[in-house]
Design a protein around this ligand. Structure first.
Ligand code: AMP
Ligand code: ZN
Length: 506
């Protein structure tokens, strides 16, 4: 720790002690963070540029369709990184970009453009405005899905790539001035031959890439790994010094990072599929334009969510969306729990049985929190063990097992275990500190807890009041509808001498 950092930490501790009396300081509940950095291929202690503020960028979705549960793994992982940093006392400036105009469907420069295909799919005319509207529709669903998974979307910046066209053009101009960009037949290219470190991230086998790279027939690339910075398109796009067209996909991330977080950032995340091409291209662009190294200090890449060992993806045709999960009666946070059961660097197979098990575990936690009303004091040894796991490159399965050990430990009172659980949940993000009627309904069904009249959720009690009003006013049809609603929520109306009352059917 530098002298300045030392002063900062001492100051932060003094303020914390003043405000929070005897409660433990953030660093007493967290251990020094270590991340597996894809750049070095090794585990490294985490030291951000600034001692108190961490800058983090997560490659966001192309908003051409509803994100699937594989994509969502990416952002719950990013949220776990954020939560870990917050519990360690950092402020986090987090950015997830939205790709809202066409780029080619492969990581390289070939294939059809996903946004154009989506406009055709939805029978819309091919215009920039329609592209933007289409993207906004799916962005809204994306952000609402994240909120359902208890990602704090209000704290995240979601820049749209189409709002940053000037910034993208400006970086391409810098690259051109410095001799890193050249004009090809169909647009401006980055000259990877001028960037000797190209392919360093993940130690990419450039020879393999060269063999595998499909060079578009129209473009005379200088090197097979060169990529488009600006794609000319006479029909549609934005004006630029090189002609009308679109920015290449990779430049949008370099530009939005520079605009929102600066030339150099602490953490950059994405799925492993983005590492070889997209992320190496981002590094090449940003470091060449700024002359500053490294562009990103810590590169964190997560593995895929698979079904039967195949990546969930549109091209495989095995897509499951969050809406399907909810329609099947699952709680969204059961999916979040499921993600946490695997380490982010391990591939995970999704099955409905695995989601069932995750839901049972999640509901057990909910039930425990609801049953034990009072908060005790933190069971320090478990808090420290939990922190050690999570700080160790986000070992979420290890952290969950510490949590279950604590809950099963007869020497830890239920009140203290509840306090521990609420503390752990700052990282797990299962929203355990808040009441959750949906989860309550689900665990009553799952664990068959008898429910008495005093234990009926307010929502159902309201339905009964409305039914009574309908009966008084002789609106028999409405009264029947309301009775049905009550019954489909798992309750029955008993008309007694003292008036109607609700009983649970399970
Ligand atoms: P895309 O919208 O295709 O650019 O993907 C957005 C993010 O989701 C990227 O970080 C991808 O690496 C990630 N991703 C795509 N498919 C999966 C999957 N099956 N499992 C986990 N992450 C995925
Ligand atoms: Zn990106």
């Amino acid at each position: 720790m530098s002298f300045i950092q030392g002063i900062f930490v001492a100051l932060r501790n003094a303020i914390h002690d003043l405000l929070n009396g005897g409660s433990p300081r953030p660093e007493e509940l967290s251990a020094p963070i270590v991340f597996h950095n894809s750049l070095s291929g090794t585990r490294e202690p985490f030291t951000p540029h600034s001692p108190e503020r961490v800058t983090m960028y997560n490659c966001g979705p192309t908003a051409y369709d509803v994100a699937h549960i594989g994509n969502l793994r990416s952002y719950v992982f990013a949220d776990t990184v954020r939560r870990t940093l917050l519990t360690a006392g950092y402020h986090v400036h987090q950015v997830i970009n939205i790709t809202d105009f066409g780029h080619l469907s492969s990581d390289g420069d070939y294939g059809d453009d996903k946004m154009t295909k989506a406009l055709k799919r939805e029978g819309k005319e091919l215009t920039l405005k329609n592209m933007r509207l289409l993207a906004e529709k799916y962005t809204e669903i994306f952000i609402s899905d994240l909120s359902r998974l208890n990602v704090d979307t209000a704290a995240i910046q979601f820049p749209r790539a189409s709002d940053y066209i000037a910034a993208q053009i400006s970086i391409i101009q810098m690259l051109e001035e410095k001799g890193f960009a050249y004009r090809g037949d169909d647009g401006m290219y980055f000259d990877t031959g001028r960037f000797p470190a190209y392919g360093k991230l993940g130690n990419i086998n450039l020879e393999g890439l060269k063999e595998g790279a499909r060079v578009a027939a129209t473009s005379a690339k200088r090197n097979p790994t060169d990529f488009l910075l600006w794609k000319l398109d006479a029909k549609m796009g934005w004006d630029s010094p090189w002609g009308k067209g679109f920015p290449g996909w990779h430049i949008e991330c370099s530009a939005m990072i520079r605009e929102t977080l600066g030339w150099q950032i602490d953490i950059h995340t994405g799925g492993i599929d983005l590492m070889p091409t997209h992320h190496n291209n981002e590094i090449a662009q940003s470091e060449s334009a700024s002359g500053k190294k490294p562009f990103t200090r810590y590169w964190l890449h997560h593995e895929f969510l698979n079904i039967k060992d195949e990546k969930i993806s549109k091209s495989v045709g095995n897509i499951i969306n969050l809406s399907t999960v909810l329609e099947r009666g699952y709680h969204p946070l059961s999916l979040r729990y499921l993600y946490l059961t695997a380490h982010y660097r391990s591939p995970m197979n999704f099955t409905w049985e695995a989601l069932d098990a995750a839901q049972t575990a999640f509901l057990k936690l909910r039930k425990f929190v609801d049953e034990v009303a009072a908060l005790g004091s933190l069971p320090s040894p478990y808090v420290q063990r939990f922190a050690a796991k999570i700080s160790d490159d986000l070992d979420t399965p290890g952290a969950l097992s510490v949590m279950w050990n604590m809950l099963g430990d007869k020497d830890v009172s239920r009140e203290n275990a509840r306090a521990g659980l609420i503390e752990f949940d700052k990282v797990l993000g299962l929203n355990l500190a808040q009441a959750d009627e949906h989860a309550k309904d689900l665990y009553r069904k799952e664990f068959g807890v008898p429910v008495g009249i005093h234990d009926v959720p307010e929502r159902i009690q309201d339905l009964l009041t409305q039914r009574e009003a309908a009966r008084m006013e002789k609106r028999w049809g409405d009264a029947d509808d309301l009775r049905q609603k009550i019954e489909s929520a798992g309750y029955a109306v008993e008309d007694t001498q003292d008036g109607p009352r609700l009983v649970a059917k399970y």
